[in-house]
Design a protein around this ligand. Structure first.
Ligand SMILES: [Zn+2]
Length: 165
């Protein structure tokens, strides 16, 4: 080995000592914790990434663990987020990340994105204990006029941990 090559190796070894520990594996909970810490770091970029959907083809839609949605459902749920009119299937960040972990018996990946339900008329956040179980599209229990719609992303949770506990 030439002196030049040894020098490069020495430099790389020094970098490695200073670098954060590398990981060879990650649990669903660690992935969720990481996403939540990133959301705290940037409450604008992470929701935008999480809400983003791109058109995908039939082959990806049929992948056994990556979660791919129907474009029609997405357009209905989030008309505020534009999606190409000819899109049939859509995939987003969480669907892709869930693909790394596989699915449980219910066909669910472990990472869930939590959204705050809000009223489209009085704009109240429906996050009180008595609001638990409220469904999208129902009449707002505050003003009795508006409709419950998806509000802002508030965090991520490990849905598999919920089932175990
Ligand atoms: Zn309302």
């Amino acid at each position: 080995m030439s002196d030049d090559k040894r020098n490069v190796t020495d430099i790389l070894n020094e970098w490695e000592k200073e670098a954060t520990p590398r990981r060879e594996s990650i649990t669903p909970q660690e992935a969720v914790d990481m996403l939540n810490s990133l959301l705290k770091l940037d409450a604008s970029a992470i929701p935008a990434l999480t809400d983003h959907r791109v058109q995908c083809n039939e082959a990806l839609a049929e992948h056994p663990t990556v979660q791919v949605g129907r474009a029609t459902t997405w357009r209905k749920a989030r008309p505020d987020l534009s999606l190409s009119e000819d899109a049939q299937h859509t995939v987003g960040l969480v669907g892709l990340l869930n693909g790394f972990f596989g699915m449980n018996e219910q066909g669910m990946g472990p990472i869930g994105a939590l959204y705050q339900d809000v009223c489209d008329t009085c704009h109240e956040e429906l996050n009180r204990p008595e609001d638990k179980g409220i469904k999208l599209g129902e009449t707002c229990p505050r003003c009795n006029e508006g409709t419950v719609v998806i509000g802002p992303l508030v965090g991520f949770k490990n849905t598999w941990a919920d089932q175990a506990g």
